[in-house]
Design a protein around this ligand. Structure first.
Ligand code: PLP
Length: 422
C-alpha cells in the first residue's frame, strides 16, 4: 500500500497508477520532471483555450500580482474586475447585464441556483424545483451534484442531495420526448431548468441539436421558467462559437462561465444574470440582498488573467483558430467512423468523441479508459477518456503535427486492442 500525502481529485490511489510530475507547460505541451513531453489533448480538463502559459495572460498575471494581489470584493471594486465586466459586456448578449464573480464552475452553478430561488422568493412565489437533463454534470459541490446525474460519482452523498425533476436526454430519437416532458414539467411551476447547452460533457460528451436547445428555451420562456445555461465546459469556443447558446439563438436568464474565462490559467468564474434576476435582489432592505460570497471573489490576479483573455478574444483571430481546429477534428471524426470497434462517433466544434466497445464493463468505470490513457501517455499524449468514451478537445494553438500525433496515439492504442487493459 502506497499512501500519498497529496490526495488527488478523481483518482483512486489504491490502484497505484503513475502520477506524472508536470514541471512546465507551454502552448499545447506539458513537460514532466523527467523531461518527457506530453501533448495536451484535453486542454488540462477542458480549461486551456489559447494555449498554456500564453504570454499576454502570463504578463497580465505578473503585473497584477505586483500591483493589487487581493481585495475584499464586498463593497469594493478594482480595475481588473471592472475590465472583466467591460470585456464580457462587449462579447456577450446585452440582456445578460449583470456579473457575479466566483471561483469555479461548481460555484458558478451554486450561484445560479441561488439566484433563481432568490428571484422567486422575492416575488413571494414558492417555486424551488429545478429541472435537469439526464446525464448532466454541473460540478461536485452539494447543489451542483444535486442538479447532476445520480450515479457512482455521488451515490455516497445521495441523502444530502435535493430532489430534482430529470428530463430525458434530448438525443436524435428522444428529442420530442424531452420537449414533451419539459412542457408537462413546466405546468407544475418549477423555478428553473438548468442545461449544458449542446454538449453534456462529463456525462459522456453527448451532443444534441441547437434546434432542441432553442425549443427548450422557448417552452421555458412561455411558462416563465428561468433558463440557466451552464456554459462552463461549452463556453469560450469549444463548440465552435463563443458560447453554445449562440448556435441556438438562445439568451438564457442566467449563464455560468468558468474554465476558459482566464484562458485556463487561473480559477475564476462568473454567473451572468438578466436585469430581472438582479432587480429581484435590488432593494433598500439589507435582508433582500444576494447572500453569497467567497473570500477570493473576483481576485484581482485572476481577473487580470480574464481581462487578458477577453482582450485576446477581441483582438486576435480566435474564431479562425477555432474554425481551423474544428475542421481538422471534423476530418478526423469522418476517418474514425471507419474504424472497427468504435461507435457513435460525434463531432462539434473543437470536440470529437466516440465510444470504444467494451463488452466487459462499458461506462465510466470501464477499464478501457485507463488503458488507453496509459498507452497514449507512453506515446507522449495526455488523454483522459471518460470510461470507454474517448474524446479529443485540445487547446486552439495545437498545430497539425501535434494533432496528428494525438490521432495516431489513439488509433494505435485502440488497434492494439488496448493490450494493457487494466
Ligand atoms: N459545469 C460543467 C458543465 C462542467 O463541465 C464542470 C466541470 O467540468 C463544472 C460545471 C464544474 O466546474 P469546476 O470543476 O470548475 O467546479
Amino acid at each position: 500500500m502506497t499512501r500519498t500525502r497529496i490526495w488527488h481529485p478523481f483518482t483512486q490511489h489504491g490502484l497505484d497508477e503513475p502520477i506524472p510530475n508536470i514541471v512546465r507547460t507551454q502552448g499545447a505541451h506539458l513537460w514532466t520532471d523527467g523531461g518527457d513531453r506530453l501533448i495536451d489533448a484535453i486542454s488540462s480538463w477542458w480549461v486551456t483555450t489559447h494555449g498554456h502559459a500564453h504570454p499576454r495572460i502570463a504578463d497580465a498575471i505578473a503585473e497584477a500580482a505586483g500591483q493589487c494581489d487581493q481585495i475584499i470584493f464586498a463593497g469594493h471594486t478594482h480595475p481588473y474586475a471592472e475590465a472583466v465586466a467591460e470585456g464580457l459586456a462587449a462579447l456577450f448578449p446585452s440582456a445578460l447585464a449583470h456579473i457575479f464573480f466566483s471561483d469555479s464552475g461548481s460555484t458558478s452553478v451554486e450561484v445560479a441556483l441561488k439566484m433563481a430561488l432568490g428571484y422567486w422568493a422575492s416575488r413571494d412565489e414558492a417555486r424551488h424545483r429545478i429541472l435537469v437533463l439526464e446525464h448532466s454534470y454541473h460540478g461536485d459541490t452539494i447543489g451542483a451534484m444535486s442538479v447532476g446525474a445520480r450515479g457512482v460519482f455521488n451515490a455516497a452523498y445521495a441523502p444530502l442531495l435535493f430532489d430534482v425533476e430529470t428530463l430525458p436526454f434530448p438525443g436524435g430519437d428522444t428529442a420530442q420526448a424531452t420537449l414533451d416532458a419539459l412542457e408537462a414539467a413546466c405546468r407544475a411551476k418549477p423555478a428553473a431548468l438548468i442545461v449544458e447547452p449542446l454538449v453534456l460533457g462529463a456525462g459522456g460528451m453527448l451532443i444534441y441539436a441547437p434546434s432542441v436547445l432553442a425549443e427548450m428555451h422557448t417552452i421555458c420562456a412561455r411558462h416563465g421558467v428561468l433558463f440557466i445555461a451552464d456554459e462552463v465546459m461549452t463556453g469560450w469556443g469549444r463548440t465552435g462559437t463563443l458560447t453554445a447558446c449562440e448556435q441556438a439563438g438562445v439568451v438564457p436568464d442566467i449563464m455560468c462561465l468558468s474554465k476558459g474565462l482566464t484562458g485556463g490559467s487561473l480559477p475564476l468564474a462568473v454567473t451572468l444574470a438578466s436585469a430581472a434576476i438582479y432587480d429581484a435582489h435590488y432593494s433598500t432592505d439589507r435582508a433582500a440582498m444576494f447572500f453569497h460570497s467567497s473570500s477570493y471573489t473576483a481576485n484581482p490576479i485572476a481577473c487580470a488573467a480574464a481581462a487578458a483573455n477577453l482582450a485576446i478574444w477581441r483582438e486576435e483571430p480566435v474564431p479562425d483558430r477555432v474554425g481551423d481546429l474544428a475542421a481538422r477534428q471534423a476530418g478526423w471524426a469522418a476517418r474514425v467512423r471507419g474504424w472497427p470497434g468504435v461507435a457513435n462517433v460525434r463531432h462539434l466544434g473543437t470536440l470529437t468523441a466516440f465510444e470504444v466497445a467494451d463488452p466487459d464493463r462499458p461506462g465510466y468505470l470501464s477499464t478501457l479508459g485507463p488503458a488507453i490513457k496509459a498507452q497514449c501517455a507512453a506515446a507522449g499524449v495526455l488523454l483522459r477518456p471518460l470510461g470507454n468514451t474517448v474524446y479529443v478537445m485540445p487547446p486552439y494553438c495545437i498545430d497539425a503535427d501535434d494533432l496528428g500525433m494525438v490521432y495516431t496515439a489513439i488509433e494505435d492504442a485502440i488497434s492494439a486492442g488496448c493490450a494493457a487493459k487494466a
